[in-house]
Design a protein around this ligand. Structure first.
Ligand SMILES: [Zn+2]
Length: 125
């Protein structure tokens, strides 16, 4: 059962009361909740990971995409973190005939997976 605990932000040391089961969980929640730059960066990374999970991870099939292997997910997530941290401006991956783009823009970070389907043929006269 979660109980009220004092969580400590991992980035700035600010404390706050949270409902958690372990101290580690309490600290994690306090960090995610914190308005310091470290907390904000962590929120961005977590949100990005949620989107990644929907596009190439375990939630992908619910959205009509094929998931990648856990190894590939880890590799892409590491690059995504670098984009979130501003170390990389953008990254594009070709995955199973689809394209995954992660890009910093004025509003934050844009992430998109796309698939182009082409079909056709030629009929001789
Ligand atoms: Zn903080």
């Amino acid at each position: 059962m979660p109980k009220e605990m004092i969580g400590v932000c991992k980035y700035c040391g600010q404390t706050r009361a949270v409902m958690a089961q372990t101290q580690e969980e309490a600290d994690e929640m306090a960090s995610l909740d914190c308005s310091c730059p470290g907390g904000e960066a962590k929120r961005r990374r977590e949100e990005l990971k949620d989107r990644l999970s929907e596009l190439i991870g375990e939630l992908a099939p619910e959205f009509g995409w094929d998931p990648v292997t856990p190894e590939v997910f880890k590799a892409v997530a590491a690059i995504a973190d670098s984009v979130a941290d501003g170390k990389i401006g953008s990254a594009t991956f070709s995955i199973d005939g689809t394209s995954l783009k992660i890009k910093r823009n004025a509003k934050g970070i844009a992430i998109e997976r796309s698939k182009t389907i082409r079909q056709g043929g030629s009929i001789e006269k």
